[in-house]
Design a protein around this ligand. Structure first.
Ligand code: FE2
Length: 288
């Protein structure tokens, strides 16, 4: 893709140490404004051509019960739009413009959409993966998250390894700020060093049944979390055990972000994970 920045980012020793010690790393200016505009426009195109207005097709982290939710479960290797939990009024009508009611697009943009495919497999992301020890990266999932103005839902504290369980733990999250993420519009919060703690729960799937299995009763960080406001074009890379959260968005601005979840092929990917690669290629980043 011609818009991508040509600067090769190799992480400095300080950056690698930051990732190891704190469990996350903020990299600014990883995406040019042209590239951001291209993916934003593409996401809007997907939303505008998405016909569904079924009020049951929402996404929420409130109870994480996705049993029988085939719309969600079958999105593993598809591109589907999910509505915000607060998208509909009591009569089932959209509370604001339909395009401002989409919670997220998931979960295989990185393979099925040409613009997101090019964005997701950029060699620069592979260099970062190598530098943080993900030697044989495989992209498992992609999501375009809107965090819409006024109704953008809270994402409760969680650890991404709960959803991408590997032995040993390997999942890393790439969180791209497509727009400025601020305290007002629901930026990411993390618990520095929290990746050293145990995995608290595990999301398992058996057919159409899902369960959230409790593994450890360490409380979620309410006092030790810190906000990570970032500029558009930034990338936050974080460890699968790092607790993270984002608040509801009650502001007038959306907080668009794009995420990738990446595991290491040298580890064993649990068959109980909800998302399995069956029909799509399972691959990492392009080489330079
Ligand atoms: Fe997460």
């Amino acid at each position: 893709m011609s818009q991508q920045l040509k600067v090769a980012i190799m992480l400095t020793d300080e950056q690698k140490q930051q990732y190891r010690q704190q469990g996350y790393l903020l990299l600014e200016n990883v995406c040019s404004s042209e590239l951001l505009a291209a993916v934003k426009e593409r996401a809007a195109h997907i939303v505008n051509t998405w016909q569904d207005s079924d009020s049951s097709h929402i996404f929420t982290t409130k109870d994480n019960d996705r049993s029988g939710n085939d719309f969600f479960l079958d999105s593993a290797e598809e591109i589907r739009c999910f509505f915000e939990e607060e998208a509909f009024d009591e009569q089932g009508n959209f509370v604001q413009d339909r395009a401002l009611c989409i919670n997220k697009i998931g979960h295989a943009l990185h393979e099925l959409d040409p613009v997101f495919e090019a964005f997701s497999h950029r060699p620069i992301l592979g260099e970062i993966a190598q530098d943080i020890g993900l030697l044989e990266p495989q992209i498992r999932q992609s999501m375009y998250i809107y965090k819409q103005p006024r109704i953008g839902g809270e994402v409760k504290w969680h650890q991404d390894a709960s959803f991408f369980f590997t032995t040993p733990q390997s999942v890393v999250t790439y969180w791209f700020a497509i727009e400025d993420a601020t305290l007002e519009n629901g930026c990411l919060w993390v618990e520095p060093k929290g990746h050293n703690g145990a995995l608290r729960e595990r999301f398992n799937r058996s057919g159409s049944d899902t369960t959230m299995e409790s593994l450890d009763n360490t409380p979620w960080p309410t006092e030790t979390g810190i906000a990570v406001p970032v500029k558009a074009g930034s990338l936050v890379v974080f460890h699968g055990h790092l607790p993270h959260y984002s608040a509801p968005n009650r502001s007038s601005k959306s907080r668009q972000a794009y995420t990738l979840h990446v595991t290491d092929a040298r580890t064993e990917y649990a068959t109980e994970n909800w998302l399995q690669s069956e029909k799509l290629p399972l691959r990492g980043f392009n080489k330079k």
